[in-house]
Design a protein around this ligand. Structure first.
Ligand code: CO
Length: 429
């Protein structure tokens, strides 16, 4: 079909280059418009007889098991494991393969990792949590004691403040969505509100901050304002219904919703209440934001409003012209996502995407947009707006504001170029 014909058959077009109204994917809209006309005929016509009897129907299958595994055909879905930092074995990161997942929950086995000295093998029978410093009663908790407290569950994202750093390169790097943006994941976290334990220890009046220390070989330490600790901080024991994975802090971690991942200290062993920040190695040598003036900002905690299209995305291959669902994730450290807009023409025109329920505060939100690709060049972009009205910036705007030395908190709009040869790649516009 010529492009003009497509447009004529397209009463639902809401923005340039083939973006269609979200009702196309709701309530049988595709059927209403005629799936054939929209190019959704991806199945072959069936013959009258049922399909062949496959081998796996000819004999009983595998037995029951105590702990399940995914299909062997899904083994290629793996984290992108980066090289260890120089001179170390366990310091570095791995990224979630965002383009191979759907919904908003990241499987625990694919949650991104960032370790500063490897993953400790902690015996929960020996692990304890100490709360001391500016408190009325220093307390020490065994894991058994912690498990007796009432718990809460929340679905929330975790993002490394260094996520998306590849897009700081002068030239747009090749890479998949996960390779570029995969240091964000989202889980249901279950645990004890930190404020409950702090109140039990009795917070001294002069206490304003706390020091959180991990039980890894790096003794990872960060300073946390007391306000956040009393607000929505969690001592997390469970992730997606099961005990935390070792690489996510087993047997317990601090979880500070919406804030840069590093401060959600894993393998938590000690909380010391203090009158000010401790200025630890991990918050002075890293996780500070160098400004064009040469000064650095410290304690920049919330992650900015952000989104990325996961499908189609870098390295994926289109299957020729036709109807596609553009799908992606959006999130904000300030609360919930209010709106996501999508462009197929490099930002010249935008249309509002459908947000899939649930839309939760400080969680990934899945968005979807109907798109009929005419086979010509296209640049796909998504732009998130959060409940405070904050708008995800373009790359140019972010670099103009933060300077070329910016290293953390990159949350600019991602552009995916769809080429006539069906290839999808990372571009700057
Ligand atoms: Co920061």
């Amino acid at each position: 079909m010529a492009k003009n014909d497509l447009n004529q058959a397209d009463p639902e077009q809401v923005a340039g280059n083939g973006l269609l109204h979200r009702r196309v994917f709701l309530g049988g809209g595709a059927a209403l418009l005629g799936a054939g006309a929209l190019g959704l005929m991806t199945a072959r016509p069936a013959v009258a007889a049922p399909p062949d009897i496959a081998d796996w129907m000819r004999a009983p299958g595998a037995p029951l098991s105590g702990h399940g595994q995914r299909s062997r055909f899904e083994d290629s879905v793996q984290r992108y494991v980066g090289p260890p930092a120089g001179g170390t074995t366990g310091a570095g990161s791995s990224r979630t393969p965002l383009e191979k997942l759907s919904g908003i929950i990241t499987p625990s086995s694919l949650h991104f990792e960032r370790h500063h000295s490897g993953i400790p093998d902690i015996d929960p029978g020996q692990h304890q949590l100490l709360i001391h410093g500016l408190v009325e009663r220093p307390l020490i908790f065994s894991m058994e004691a912690l498990h007796r407290y009432p718990m809460v569950s929340r679905i929330q994202f975790l993002e490394c403040s260094g996520n998306s750093r590849p897009n700081l390169s002068a030239q747009a790097p090749a890479g998949s969505c996960g390779e570029i943006h995969g240091m964000v994941s989202c889980s249901e976290w279950t645990g004890i509100p930190l404020g409950v334990l702090l109140e039990e220890a009795g917070v001294a009046p002069q206490s304003r901050w706390l020091l959180a220390e991990g039980a890894d070989a790096a003794a990872m330490t960060r300073s946390v304002p007391l306000d956040k600790a009393m607000d929505d901080a969690l001592i997390a024991l469970y992730q997606n219904g099961e005990a935390l994975r070792p690489e996510q802090g087993y047997p317990l971690r601090l979880f500070l919703p919406g804030w840069e991942g590093n401060i959600s200290v894993k393998w938590l062993r000690r909380i010391k209440l203090t009158s000010g920040p401790t200025m630890t190695r991990d918050e002075t040598s890293k996780y500070t934001d160098l400004l064009p003036s040469g000064k650095s900002l410290m304690f920049t905690f919330p992650m900015g409003v952000k989104s990325v299209i996961t499908s189609p995305s870098g390295g994926l291959t289109m299957q020729g012209p036709g109807l596609y669902e553009i799908s992606g994730i959006a999130w904000s450290g300030a609360g919930s996502v209010r709106r996501v807009e999508v462009s197929a023409d490099g930002g010249r025109s935008w249309a509002e995407a459908a947000l899939s329920e649930p839309v939760l505060s400080k969680a990934l939100t899945r968005f979807r947009m109907a798109w009929r690709w005419d086979g010509g060049p296209a640049v796909l972009m998504s732009r998130a707006i959060d409940e405070t009205g904050a708008v995800q910036p373009t790359r140019d705007a972010l670099l103009a504001e933060k300077g070329s030395q910016v290293s953390y908190h990159y949350h600019a709009i991602q552009n995916w170029q769809v080429a006539e040869n069906n290839e999808v790649s990372n571009v700057y516009v």
